[in-house]
Design a protein around this ligand. Structure first.
Ligand code: ATP
Length: 346
């Protein structure tokens, strides 16, 4: 008889997001804001390893600013699933951070979604991405999106997520301004100047338009940007310079992501992105280059990870990669010809 197989560890990529557009419609009774946003996953990712153990939960992370207690969203995700499903088993979570912390790129939320997916599988709970949605909502407004991925519309608190048939494919540059901006403080500033609106049409126009490629993007904006720069006035000058370089370099879109502090440029082709990256580096900025990850590619990356027998190279990545060229870390659509900024139907 074969010996019982060892409990498997899973290595899951937790991708970053950018907001291709963000509108704030008003404050809600529950203290959150009514939003419309267009989420987009990009290939920049943390590595999350989940390993089952008999009992108890623990988290490790190689980044000094990330909590190792219940302040860690990934650990809270495991606790939430344990309680919800009445699971007695435990797990170890190891996170290798590459997504800048507090950068508006959703790193903590994506780690949490990866843990939900990984432990749902390893503990044999079997809720799947749809069944995990209510747990994800309780963890944070950005977590539900990471159970979906690709290009998606976020409504309500940003936690009602609709994957779009038209998926954006392009190249992004992410400029880490290296200074976290408090999301709560940015929203508090927005509140002081907010005129509640029933609706706003920019994102819906983008989603429903027949515009293709570059022409579709200039209507998009991030309505948190002004408040974020009021909150962190020392960033305004840098943001102006970065936007100038990205626009001159041919970016279709150049915006702050979420409430900051990362700034991104979206490009149709890799060569232009590379040119703008060189210009930004020459101006002294820290820049990551990453392709977009479509809904299809995101789903394939999940299913590959959940099928994989054993995590390799667990927690051994070097921190020097944090600000490197992200292309080295591979792309979920690897092997396919690099594509321009297209809107694909899925
Ligand atoms: P938010 O807009 O929700 O603040 P963000 O995308 O700007 O998110 P994150 O990198 O998710 O930024 O980190 C926000 C805060 O969450 C940080 O202060 C960090 O200490 C805390 N945090 C908790 N768990 C994690 C995690 N797994 N990874 C990164 N940060 C985490």
């Amino acid at each position: 008889m074969r010996p019982p197989s060892k409990p498997r560890a899973l290595l899951l990529p937790a991708y970053a997001k950018i907001n291709l557009g963000l509108e704030v419609l008003g404050a809600r009774q529950d203290g959150y804001h009514e939003l419309r946003t267009l989420f987009q996953t990009i290939e920049l990712h943390d590595d999350v390893v989940v390993r089952p153990r008999a009992r108890g939960l623990a988290v490790r992370c190689d980044h000094p600013d990330v909590p190792r207690d219940e302040g860690n969203l990934a650990l809270r995700a495991a606790l939430e699933l344990q309680r919800y499903a009445g699971v007695g088993k435990g797990a170890e979570i190891a996170i290798t951070k590459r997504i800048p912390v507090g950068g508006g790129l959703g790193g903590g939320s994506s780690d949490a979604a990866a843990v939900l997916m990984g432990l749902d599988h390893l503990w044999g709970v079997g809720l799947g991405p749809a069944g995990l949605q209510p747990l994800a909502r309780r963890l944070g407004a950005d977590v539900p999106f990471f159970l979906v991925g690709g290009t998606a519309l976020g409504l309500a608190r940003g936690d009602e997520v609709y994957p779009l048939r038209r998926q954006v494919r392009g190249h992004t540059l992410i400029v880490d301004l290296g200074r976290p901006v408090s999301t709560a403080a940015v929203f508090a500033r927005v509140d002081r100047s907010l005129t509640p609106r029933e609706n706003s049409h920019t994102i819906f126009r983008f989603v429903s338009s027949d515009l293709e490629g570059l022409r579709a993007f200039p209507i998009l904006s991030n309505e948190l940007e002004r408040a974020a720069l009021e909150e962190a006035p020392d960033l305004a000058d840098r943001v102006g310079r970065i936007r100038g370089i990205l626009n001159r370099g041919g970016a279709a879109l150049a915006l702050l992501s979420g409430s900051g502090s990362s700034f991104f440029g979206l490009f149709e082709d890799g060569r232009r992105a590379q040119g703008a990256q060189s210009a930004l580096v020459a101006a002294g900025f820290i820049v990551l280059r990453a392709r977009t990850v479509s809904l299809d590619q995101y789903r394939r990356a999940w299913s590959r990870s959940l099928r994989a027998r054993r995590a390799r190279g667990v927690g051994n990545q070097s921190r020097s990669r944090h600000h490197g060229d992200h292309r080295r870390q591979g792309h979920p659509g690897r092997g396919r010809k690099a594509e321009g900024l297209r809107i694909d139907r899925v």
